[in-house]
Design a protein around this ligand. Structure first.
Ligand code: GLU
Length: 439
């Protein structure tokens, strides 16, 4: 049987790390087995579900690249994929339970499901066999007096109707899984194979919630300048260790390696630093064009105007080793796109510290002005020659030029900066430094 799996979020808030990781494990399993990945919106709780939350979830999933084969926006043969639109189906299933003598109605109109009160074993792919003793809980309400259905019932009905073969979901659902299995049996259906995946804990060991740092996909990752591939890679490893000799892996590699048997049964520790490390690895592997593309929203919101795209791509590429998040890029490259860049305080102090700095910069300016061609190596050669003529080391002249061309004390090679901003701008920048900082 071709596997069919689903991600079934309740739209009560934006997509967070736990939900993203649950969706991702289902997706990996579907892609690795050639199965079908379904998105089902569990929006039966009218009071707590919002359209906005649902849009946020869809946006987060799309950003992570977790495309679904059936569900909202794409349709499919088992729709509608919103529980709020499936009432007739639930009514029909309730009638089946009635016919089987497994429900009764209370005076207030609530409908209760009669538990079988037998021992029930969950054969879980991650947790192993978990046996629940016959329950002593009161029978379970499955329909409220107002006619709305409760989660356990609609969740099971939809897993039957949508022909789910496997269910990967958070371990917090394990304690209720016997109720689901009881319902499957009462409805004459075979339960799917369950895989309850470990919870995600904060670094301090507390259970990660929607409010914790690093939790919200949109706010903590999209807005902070993470790359989807990096977050994907990191989330995949929250509770699973692929059998591979490296950690940085593409979606395709992860899908190939995925094996539910390797999912950890112990809880996973969330580590934002590690996620940033993944991000740095992925950033460094991008082409100049791809890096520029990914950085654009951040450059634009920093007010930088990109004129020459090839130059802009080379500029961001020149600082890729310095950053781990896209949002850090504007501070490293802003001066490529403007000539009125500020001078950092200590840079200004260093420039002013020695009276001969002005002469050294003038000598460099003359040499650079005479350069017949403008490449990184000719720029470098001109600076070396100017240093030699002035009787100082190249290493002494470079920081002055870096300060003049960028206003900063750190950055890519000075020759790279000069080459990218061009000869005219280089000479103008030295002029400005001489008059503003040293005048
Ligand atoms: N709507 C449930 C949740 O968001 C889904 C549980 C399940 O995957 O079965 O937790």
């Amino acid at each position: 049987m071709t596997p069919r799996v689903r991600f079934a979020p309740s739209p009560t808030g934006d997509l967070h790390v736990g939900g993203g990781r649950t969706a991702l494990f289902n997706w990996l399993f579907a892609r690795q087995t050639g199965g079908t990945f379904i998105l089902r919106i569990e929006d039966t709780d009218g009071a707590r579900n919002t359209e906005e939350a649902q849009r946020g979830i869809v946006k987060g999933l799309r950003w992570l690249g977790l495309d679904w084969d059936e569900g909202p926006e794409v349709g499919g043969p088992h729709g509608p994929y919103f529980q709020s639109q499936r009432k007739a189906i639930y009514d029909a299933y309730l009638a089946k339970l009635e016919a089987a003598g497994r429900v009764y109605t209370e005076e207030n109109g609530a409908v209760r499901f009669k538990f079988s009160r037998t021992a029930i074993t969950v054969h879980d792919l991650v947790c192993g066999d978990v046996t629940f003793a016959p329950t002593e809980e009161p029978d379970m309400t499955i329909r409220r007096p107002d006619g709305s259905y409760i989660f356990h019932f609609v969740n099971v009905v939809d897993d039957i109707e949508m022909r789910m073969t496997h269910v990967f979901r958070g371990e917090d659902h394990l304690s209720n899984t016997w109720k689901h299995i009881d319902l499957f049996h009462a409805l004459g259906a075979t339960p799917p194979t369950y895989a309850h995946i470990p919870l995600i804990l904060n670094p301090d060991g507390s259970k990660m919630s929607k409010r914790d740092a690093g939790s919200a996909i949109e706010h903590s990752y999209i807005h902070e300048g993470f790359l989807p591939d990096a977050v994907f890679n990191y989330l995949a490893m929250l509770g699973w260790t692929p059998r591979a000799d490296k950690e940085v892996l593409t979606r395709e590699e992860l899908a190939k390696l995925f094996n539910p048997a390797d999912i950890h049964s112990a809880n996973a520790r969330f580590d934002l630093q590690k996620c940033q490390w993944f991000n740095a690895q992925f950033l460094r592997a991008l082409s100049p064009e791809a890096l520029l593309n990914a950085s654009l929203p951040f450059l634009t919101s920093a007010g930088l105007v990109i004129g020459d795209e090839a130059m802009a791509a080379a500029a961001v590429y020149s600082v890729k080793e310095k950053v781990s998040l896209l949002k850090e890029i504007p501070a490293w490259v802003h001066y490529f796109f403007r000539e009125d860049y500020p001078f950092e305080t200590d840079v200004m102090e260093k420039l002013k510290a020695k009276p001969e700095n002005a002469n050294l910069l003038k000598a460099a300016q003359t040499a650079l002005g005479q350069a017949a061609e403008w490449s990184e190596s000719s720029v470098h050669g001109a600076i070396e020659a100017a240093a030699k003529d002035a009787g100082v080391k190249t290493g002494a002249l470079m920081p002055l030029l870096r300060a003049a061309l960028s206003g900063q004390s750190r950055g890519p090679n000075v020759a790279t900066i000069a080459h990218l901003v061009g000869q005219e701008s280089t000479l103008r920048r030295i002029d400005r430094t001489l008059s503003e900082a040293l005048g």
